[in-house]
Design a protein around this ligand. Structure first.
Ligand code: ADP
Length: 440
């Protein structure tokens, strides 16, 4: 695997990372990384656990795993490997990042991974706080609310992999761990970080190992972050990341340009395999501003290579045309009815994999043969497929286009690429057109 090569300016300013993060899924990792950047930490995201040391000068590293729904034993193994690597790079405090809807089952993986990380770090206490006020996730008296309703009424009770049928996180986490789970409640939190620190001492004296923490707005997360200053491990959604950099401000030499990326020139493309409502609206908008090609899932099944080649010819013709400026959009995204028809004919899994394979192949050709250097990808799974086809090892995180979706610069690829990876429901309707104006 390629080393993580720093930007030219970083070689002079190399410093060891302070915060080491382990995220249980890919787009969640990017969300966390962009929160850290916005709070002033130069941040690098790795795709999986690197095999070589970190060379770039950054303040935080986020290792993106895909461990949310794999067997707990494997999630522990990967998380511990990630922790070992982060410790070798010199990180001092560690952050286990999970979803703000606490996606897990009684078998894990939030509890088992937290416990394993505590054991590895030799610590007997940590916090658990999925609150993310910007996305309307709040915790009160230990109950998690999503969009103003208890978690188990928010739609998450029907999640195909991690149905959340109880909003009481003390109970939910208690079922996943052998450690005693307690609560740092809102009344304590509002008294400030000294009161929270005192509460932590009291909980520890009672033998509590993990405390669910209430938080309703960002101020609460700032208070909590201050109180967590000396904990070796915190566990949270991405919200707590807003407050942690303030604990080490005096050591952040590059706060003003934490999001600075070297500019990357080249042709532009949008690839979309997301069928989420937000993405469909963005495609509707984008098609009025750029040429587009639709990949039909059933046509792919009939004549895979023919459909892929036709899309690439379309792209080549666009780039070669005299007045070609700006991106081309290639999308498989379709309405729920169309998706159901394709799934009915091909099978749910097969339809998804077929489209992901096509997107991955198209991405490789766009970059390898057609000179695309700036790429926007819509869809979590789709992003995963594209990133592995392009052999991306890591991402330097830049400014956000919309909350949770930053421009990034790839590490490990032959030439750096500008990539923006959008999880389905993120982004405003004009996301695919405005993104280009916000490039570094
Ligand atoms: P999101 O972030 O919106 O969930 P993902 O990329 O994670 O997007 O998931 C969308 C899934 O739907 C992918 O597996 C993709 O390959 C699949 N898909 C995309 N277009 C179609 C289609 N027209 N028919 C069936 N499946 C599709």
């Amino acid at each position: 695997m390629a080393n993580f090569v720093p930007n030219a300016g970083e070689r002079r300013t190399r410093s060891r990372p302070i915060l080491g993060c382990i995220a249980d899924d890919f787009t969640g990792a990017t969300d966390l990384a962009s929160q850290l950047v916005s709070a002033g930490m130069r941040t690098l995201q790795t795709i999986g656990i690197p095999e070589t040391p970190l060379e770039a000068g950054v303040d935080a590293v986020v290792v993106a795993l895909k461990s949310r729904t794999i067997p707990a034993k494997n999630a522990i193994e990967q998380s511990i490997q990630a922790l070992d690597w982060l410790r070798e790079q010199g990180c001092e405090q560690f952050y286990f990042k999970y979803c703000s809807t606490f996606d897990s089952t009684p078998a894990g993986n939030i509890g088992p991974v937290t416990e394993a990380l505590m054991d590895a770090l030799g610590t007997d206490f940590t916090v658990a706080c999925p609150a993310l006020p910007a996305n309307r996730r709040s915790v009160f008296n230990g109950y998690l609310f999503a969009n103003g309703v208890p978690l188990n009424e928010s739609g998450m009770q029907d999640h195909p992999l991690t149905p959340m049928t109880d909003a009481n996180l003390v109970r939910v986490l208690g079922a996943q761990t052998t450690r005693k789970v307690g609560l740092i409640d809102y009344a304590t939190l509002r008294q400030g970080d000294a009161a929270v620190a005192a509460r932590i001492d009291a909980l520890k004296a009672e033998g509590i190992g993990i405390a669910i923490c209430d938080a309703i707005d960002n101020d609460d997360l700032f208070i909590l972050a201050r109180a967590c200053r000396d904990l070796p491990l915190v566990t949270a959604g991405s919200g707590l990341a807003l407050g942690l950099p303030a604990n080490v401000t005096e050591r952040l030499d590059h706060q003003q340009d934490a999001a600075r990326l070297d500019s990357i020139g080249g042709r532009e493309a949008v690839l979309s395999g997301s069928c989420s409502r937000a993405t469909l609206a963005q495609i509707e908008h984008a098609r009025q501003h750029m040429p587009s090609v639709h990949l039909d899932a059933q046509a792919l099944d009939d004549d895979y290579q023919g459909v892929v080649d036709a899309a690439l010819e379309h792209a080549e013709a666009h780039f070669d045309s005299q007045n070609a400026a700006g991106p081309i959009l290639i999308f498989a995204s379709a309405s729920p009815e169309e998706v159901r028809r394709a799934q009915h004919r091909l099978g749910v899994q097969q339809a998804g994999e077929l489209v992901e394979r096509a997107m991955a192949e198209i991405a490789s050709e766009l970059v390898g043969r057609l000179g695309v250097r700036r790429l926007l990808v819509a869809g979590g799974e789709t992003s995963g497929a594209v990133v592995s086809a392009l052999d991306v090892q890591g991402l330097r995180i830049g400014d956000s286009i919309d909350p949770g979706v930053p421009w990034t610069a790839t590490l490990g690829t032959q030439e750096p690429l500008a990539l923006a990876l959008k999880s389905g429901n993120f982004g405003a309707p004009d996301f695919m057109t405005k993104a280009w104006k916000l490039m570094p």
